[in-house]
Design a protein around this ligand. Structure first.
Ligand code: ADP
Length: 650
C-alpha cells in the first residue's frame, strides 16, 4: 500500500505538472490568438477608405513600432501589385520584392482566400532568408479592403512566427518552458524559451487554427530527474515506509528470537518437570512467611496429601500433633534467619495423611531469586523408613551372628571346661583323699614319734600345695573363660596383635594339650595397633586354630605343629594391614569340601556345627577384609586374613 501511495503521489505530481502545462499552453494559445486579432484590428484601422499614401505610411510606422512581430506591411491593389511597403524598424532584411508578387507566393495565396471569403486570411508558414545566414519562418496575413462591396486592395502583413511567440506569449510562460509552433506532423517551425534539460519531459500541444492556416502550439517542460521524492508528503510517506519496513524486519527477527527462546524455555521446563516428577526426593519450598509455595509429586506421595491441600498452608498438615509445637518453633527460628548448613541434614518425624508416622531426613537451603534476594526456603526430604528398617535388620542379624558364634563356642567351651576342670578336680580330690588317708589310716597321729610326724605333716603339706595349685589352675581356666565372655560388648577398638593372641591363647592351648598339638605363636615386633571388634576377631582366631588342630587330630606326632603368625602385609592386597596366618599340617581340604567350605551348617565332623568358617567370613567382611585359604607345604592348610591398622597410633 505504501509503495502504491508513493507511486500514486508521483503520478499525482506528474498529472499536476501536466495539468499546469496544459493550462499554460491553452493560455499561450489564447494570448497568441488575441494578439493576432488585435493586430488585425490595427491593420484594419490603417486600411480605412480614402487613406492617402502619406497617412498610410505614418499609421503603418506607428503600428510597426508597436507590433514587433510584424516584419513588414504591404499595401496592394486588387491585382496584388504592391503599392506601398513599410518595414519594421527592428530588423534589417533583404526582401525579394518581385518574387512576392508572383502568383505562387504565400501572400498571393492568402489574399486570394481573403478575397474569396471577404475576410482576413493567413497563409501557411514558409522559410525566408532574411540576410546573410539569417532566415526565419514567416507567415502572411492578408486583409481585403472592401468598400460597399467593391474590392479596393489588400493589406498584407508579414509575421515572423518566432516574434509572435516572443511578444505575445507571457514571459512567465517562456521563462522555464519551451514554447514552439510546429506543423501537425511535428516539424518545429519556431521556438522560444529555453528550459533546462532534465530526464523527464512533459509536453502539451494545442491547435491554433487561423483562417487559412492551422498550426500546433507546443509547450515542453522538463522536470528535475528522477522525481523519486516529488514532494514532502511523498518523502514522508517514503520515510515512514522505510521506517515501517525496518521495524517489520526487526520485529520478525525479534519474533524469531523469541520463538527460539520460548522453545528452548519450553524444552528446559519440560526437562525440569520430567526430572522433578522422576525424583524420589521430596521437594518443598516455603516463602518468607512460612507458607508452602511449592511441592513436588514425590513429596505429595511421601506425605499422602495432594499439592492443593498443601499449597498456601503455613501450618503443615503432615506435622504430628505431638511434635507440632516444636516444629512451629523451628520454623520461626528459620524465618528469623537461622541458616542451617545445607550439607548436614537433620532428622525429623512426619505424619502421613492416614496418621502413620515416618522418619525423614531434611536438607534445607535458602531460596535465592535471580536478583540475589532470598524469597524463601527450599527443603529436600528423604524418607528414611526403609533405611531405618535396614539398619534395624542389620543390627538384629549382627546380634544374631554374635549370639550364634557365642552359642557355638559355649557348647564347645562347656565340654572343654568339663574336660579341663576334670583333671585338676580329680587331682584335688585324690590329693585330698590321700591326705585324709594319711591322717585316718595311721590311726592316732599322736602315737607317732616326732620324726615320723614331721615327715607325715610334710607329705600332707605337699598334697595341700598340690591341691592349692590344681585349684588355682582350675580357677585360671574359669577366669580365662570369664575374661573371654566379658569383653564381648566392646567393639571396634584399637588393640595390638599380641593382645589379641594373648586373649585366645589360653583356650587354644587348652585344646592343644587335649589333642596333643604343638602351638607356635610368632608376632612381628613393632606392629602398630589394629582397629577391630576384638571379641569377634578373637573368635575368628579361635575357630581357625581349633579347625587346624582338629584337622591334625589323627596325624602322627611329627605332623602336629600349628603355627599362628602376625606380620606386616607385603602383597598388594594386604599392603598397610596386619596379616594373620594360621597354618596346620593336617589332612588338607579336599575339592568336594572346598566347594561348600563357607556354607553354614556344612561340617564333616560328628560333633561339628558347620558355622565356624561362615561366621569367620562374615566377621572379616564386616572388617572390610577377606578370608583366604591355600594348601600348606608339605601338607595341611593355611588360612590368612588381614586387618586395618590405626591411622595414627599416637
Ligand atoms: P565345624 O568346624 O563346626 O565343622 P567349620 O565351618 O569351622 O565348622 O568347618 C567346616 C568344615 O571345613 C569342617 O568340617 C572341615 O571339614 C573343614 N575344615 C575347616 N578347617 C579345616 C582345616 N584347617 N583343615 C581341613 N579341613 C578343614
Amino acid at each position: 500500500m505504501l509503495i502504491t501511495m508513493v507511486w500514486l503521489a508521483g503520478r499525482y505530481e506528474a498529472s499536476q505538472v501536466q495539468d499546469k502545462l496544459d493550462r499554460d499552453t491553452a493560455q499561450a494559445v489564447v494570448e497568441v490568438r488575441s494578439g493576432l486579432s488585435r493586430n488585425l484590428q490595427d491593420l484594419q484601422a490603417i486600411n480605412a477608405p480614402q487613406t492617402t499614401p502619406k497617412q498610410w505610411s505614418t499609421r503603418v510606422a506607428e503600428v510597426l513600432q508597436v507590433r514587433r512581430e510584424l516584419l513588414r506591411i504591404e499595401w496592394r491593389d486588387p491585382q496584388m501589385k504592391i503599392l506601398q511597403t513599410a518595414y519594421t524598424p527592428y530588423r534589417a532584411a533583404q526582401w525579394d520584392e518581385p518574387q512576392r508578387e508572383e502568383s505562387f507566393s504565400q501572400a498571393f495565396t492568402a489574399c486570394s482566400t481573403a478575397q474569396r471569403t471577404n475576410a482576413p486570411s493567413y497563409s501557411t508558414s514558409y522559410f525566408q532568408i532574411l540576410g546573410e545566414s539569417m532566415g526565419a519562418e514567416l507567415m502572411e496575413v492578408c486583409l481585403p479592403q472592401m468598400d460597399a462591396g467593391v474590392l479596393h486592395g489588400f493589406m498584407v502583413g508579414t509575421y515572423a512566427l518566432q516574434s509572435i511567440l516572443s511578444t505575445q506569449v507571457s514571459k512567465n510562460l517562456t521563462r522555464s518552458q519551451e514554447v514552439s509552433f510546429t506543423e501537425p506532423d511535428g516539424t518545429r517551425l519556431a521556438l522560444v524559451g529555453a528550459a533546462w534539460r532534465g530526464s523527464r519531459v512533459f509536453t502539451s500541444q494545442q491547435l491554433l487554427d487561423l483562417p487559412g492556416n492551422t498550426m500546433v502550439l507546443r509547450m515542453d517542460s522538463w522536470h528535475r530527474a528522477p522525481s523519486v521524492f516529488p514532494n514532502v508528503m511523498t518523502a514522508m510517506v517514503t520515510a515512514m515506509a522505510i521506517a515501517l519496513g525496518s521495524v517489520l524486519v526487526v520485529l520478525v527477527r525479534d519474533n524469531r528470537r523469541r520463538l527460539r527462546a520460548e522453545r528452548d524455555l519450553g524444552d528446559a521446563l519440560a526437562f525440569r518437570k520430567a526430572m522433578e516428577d522422576s525424583l524420589i526426593t521430596g521437594l518443598r519450598a516455603r516463602d518468607l512467611q512460612g507458607r508452602i509455595s511449592y511441592v513436588n509429586p514425590a513429596f505429595c506421595s511421601m506425605v499422602g496429601f495432594s499439592a492443593e491441600e498443601l499449597l498456601g498452608q503455613s501450618f503443615a498438615p503432615y506435622w504430628p500433633p505431638e511434635l507440632a509445637e516444636e516444629y512451629v518453633r523451628r520454623q520461626a527460628g528459620r524465618l528469623s534467619g537461622a541458616i542451617p548448613s545445607p550439607r548436614e541434614g537433620h532428622e525429623s518425624v512426619f505424619m502421613r495423611k492416614d496418621g502413620t508416622r515416618f522418619p525423614v531426613l531434611i536438607f534445607e537451603a535458602p531460596l535465592i531469586n535471580a536478583q540475589g534476594q532470598q524469597t524463601g526456603w527450599m527443603s529436600a526430604f528423604i524418607d528414611i523408613t526403609e533405611q531405618r528398617r535396614m539398619e534395624d535388620l542389620s543390627r538384629a542379624s549382627h546380634e544374631r551372628l554374635q549370639a550364634t558364634a557365642r552359642l557355638a563356642t559355649v557348647g564347645e567351651m562347656a565340654s572343654l571346661l568339663s574336660h579341663e576342670l576334670t583333671q585338676p578336680l580329680m587331682a584335688v580330690s585324690s590329693y585330698a583323699n590321700g591326705s585324709l588317708n594319711m591322717i585316718a589310716h595311721d590311726g592316732d597321729l599322736s602315737r607317732l614319734d616326732a620324726h615320723a610326724l614331721r615327715s607325715r605333716l610334710q607329705d600332707i603339706q605337699g598334697a595341700m600345695k598340690r591341691i592349692a595349685f590344681q585349684a588355682d589352675r582350675a580357677g585360671k581356666v574359669i577366669k580365662s573363660v570369664r575374661d573371654f565372655v566379658r569383653r564381648r560388648d566392646q567393639s571396634h577398638e584399637s588393640i595390638t596383635a599380641t593382645e589379641l593372641l594373648e586373649a585366645v591363647m589360653p583356650l587354644v592351648r587348652m585344646q592343644a594339650i587335649k589333642l596333643g598339638v604343638r602351638v607356635h605363636v610368632d608376632v612381628e615386633p613393632r606392629l602398630p595397633p589394629i582397629v577391630c571388634d576384638s571379641t569377634m576377631i578373637e573368635q575368628v582366631l579361635l575357630n581357625l586354630a581349633r579347625n587346624g588342630m582338629q584337622a591334625m587330630e589323627h596325624m602322627g606326632a611329627s605332623y602336629k605343629d600349628l603355627s599362628i603368625r602376625a606380620e606386616w602385609g607385603s602383597d598388594p592386597e594386604h599392603a598397610g594391614r596386619v596379616l594373620f596366618t594360621v597354618a596346620d599340617q593336617g589332612c588338607g581340604i579336599p575339592k568336594d569340601v572346598a566347594e561348600q567350605l563357607f556354607t553354614p551348617f556344612f561340617t564333616t565332623k560328628e560333633e561339628g556345627m558347620g558355622l565356624g568358617l561362615s561366621m569367620c567370613r562374615t566377621v572379616l567382611e564386616q572388617h572390610h577384609g577377606e578370608l583366604h585359604y591355600s594348601d600348606n607345604a608339605p601338607r595341611g592348610t593355611v588360612f590368612t586374613f588381614s586387618l586395618p591398622v590405626v591411622a595414627d597410633p599416637d
